[in-house]
Design a binder for this molecule. Structure first.
Ligand code: COA
Length: 260
């Protein structure tokens, strides 16, 4: 992996942990994090030994406390739009073909919540706090907060979060469906990595196709979605992993998937 200043990458067997590493700024997302995050994910995408990515923030206080507000002062509409257009960190995560889990270990605010929303699954610690506080700065969400949040939790709950800017706690986030599970902080890493390791044993192409199909559900109507699902299902039948999975079941053994 390249040498990054704001990102740490650790590989544990088939799982890569990408840590946003600016704990003194509560891991706020500056333009360097955006740039390095995109490059790190491009590297992890090409690395066949990595089957699942976990994203977290350094330290025990914050996952990501949002966009780096100090950079807002110098931004013009054009530079800010360029940073948030097309190949953003948020969209790179959303389009990443392998499963991505957000391991939320504290403040999950603004762009931090938008980054978590771009992930496939969100686990958090009991001390996590969530908000889209942009409204308090006289601006609004720009990294998918109004769109991905609404699709995940529904319009009324998204309105509450986006219009008030107020923080909600981990239990409220769980009740809203914003996170999948809440754990005591000391258990968060173990539980998340256990879950990631479990997914990492599945057939990589089938994981990728499943992810694409599920994501398509909120971006299409039912008929288009059902057609896309059956096409992706059919592609799985062209893989060596399908032969391996079926043979392993019939031979009463554990499958060994290779991503082929
Ligand atoms: N951008 C830039 N710097 C940030 C930041 C952000 N989003 N969030 C925190 N920081 C910095 C603080 O400026 C401070 O830096 P300093 O020590 O050099 O002064 C450091 O991180 C620690 O934060 P601090 O505010 O002292 O911690 P706290 O425990 O008192 O408060 C928060 C924590 C999260 C409530 C508070 O930092 C906050 O409101 N941050 C902004 C959240 C936000 O609005 N995010 C959305 C941006 S669109």
């Amino acid at each position: 992996m390249a040498d990054y200043q704001t990102i740490l990458i650790e590989k544990r067997d088939k799982v890569a942990i990408l840590t946003i590493n600016r704990p003194d700024k509560l891991n706020a997302l500056n333009s360097k994090v955006h740039m390095e995050g995109v490059s790190a994910l491009e590297e992890l995408q090409k690395d066949d030994s990595v089957r699942v990515v976990v994203i977290t923030g350094a330290g025990e206080k914050s996952f990501i406390a949002g966009a780096d507000i100090s950079e807002f002062a110098g931004q013009t509409p054009v530079t800010q739009r360029d940073l948030f257009h097309d190949k953003t960190l948020f969209n790179t995560i959303d389009n990443f073909p392998k499963p991505v889990i957000a391991m939320i270990n504290g403040f999950c605010l603004g762009g931090g919540n938008e980054l978590a929303l771009a992930c496939d699954i969100r686990f958090c610690s009991e001390n996590a706090r969530f908000a889209q506080p942009e409204i308090n700065l006289g601006i609004m969400c720009g990294g998918g907060g109004t769109q991905r949040l609404t699709r995940l939790v529904g319009e009324g709950r998204a309105m509450e979060i986006v219009l008030t800017g107020d923080m909600i706690d981990a239990n409220k986030a769980l009740e809203f469906g914003l996170v999948n599970h809440v754990f005591p902080l000391e258990e968060l890493e173990v539980k998340t990595l256990e879950f990631a390791a479990k997914i990492a044993e599945k057939a990589p192409i089938a994981l990728q196709m499943s992810k694409e199909a599920v994501k398509f559900a909120s971006r299409s109507n039912l008929d288009e979605g059902l057609r896309r699902e059956v096409d992706l299902f059919a592609i799985c039948f062209s893989t060596e992993d399908k032969t391996e999975g079926v043979s392993a079941f019939l031979e009463k053994r554990k499958p060994n998937f290779k991503g082929k």
